[in-house]
Design a protein around this ligand. Structure first.
Ligand SMILES: CC(C)(COP(=O)(O)OP(=O)(O)OC[C@H]1O[C@@H](n2cnc3c(N)ncnc32)[C@H](O)[C@@H]1OP(=O)(O)O)[C@@H](O)C(=O)NCCC(=O)NCCS
Length: 141
């Protein structure tokens, strides 16, 4: 069994969208194809995928804006969970963010996604006790 974590390639698009759907990460107000296109246009090499024997089983989309690193679209295929893949994906993106001198990572968890809090706490994240606000500039759907 060969596990590989690498930068996303455009040929991964269909598999990534299927994975996000299987992981319940897609929402009517987010168009996954547009999200992928915007990310790849930045060419920051912070969008990673995990494969097992060539099959795409995980993703993480990192970002860095000069002050904080950000994590989006962390996903591991339901049948491959609880085997360390999520931790490995986060380690890889932390490595890349650190190489950019990023001092801290922030992330948002949907209030409806309580189980994932245990995962982030297990890998060293702490609750910042901050409230998250957003303002949409482009309606995608
Ligand atoms: C969150 C997610 C990526 C974790 O992936 P994973 O491969 O199962 O995680 P790991 O096996 O690397 O787990 C790392 C640690 O977190 C813990 N953990 C993982 N999922 C957990 C859960 N649902 N409840 C409690 N602890 C959990 C593991 O026990 C492990 O701790 P340990 O190493 O001390 O035993 C995966 O559950 C997922 O894709 N969820 C759906 C998508 C999602 O909600 N993404 C996050 C958006 S903010």
């Amino acid at each position: 069994m060969e596990i590989n974590i690498r930068t996303f390639s455009e040929f991964d698009t269909a598999d990534v969208v299927s994975l996000w759907q299987a992981c319940d990460l897609t929402r009517p107000w987010n168009n996954p194809h547009k999200d992928i296109l915007r990310k790849t246009t930045l060419k920051d090499n912070l969008f990673l995928v995990a494969t097992i024997d060539g099959e795409l089983v995980g993703t993480v989309m990192g970002g860095y804006e000069g002050h904080r690193g950000w994590i989006n679209y962390l996903a591991v295929s339901p049948v491959h969970r609880k085997r360390g893949l999520g931790r490995a994906l986060m380690k890889s993106i932390e490595h890349r963010l650190l190489a950019l001198d990023c001092p801290k990572i922030n992330l948002q968890i949907r209030e409806s996604n309580a189980p994932v809090i245990a995962f982030y706490e297990a890998i060293g994240f702490l609750d910042d006790k901050a409230k998250s606000y957003g303002k949409r500039l482009i309606p995608d759907n």
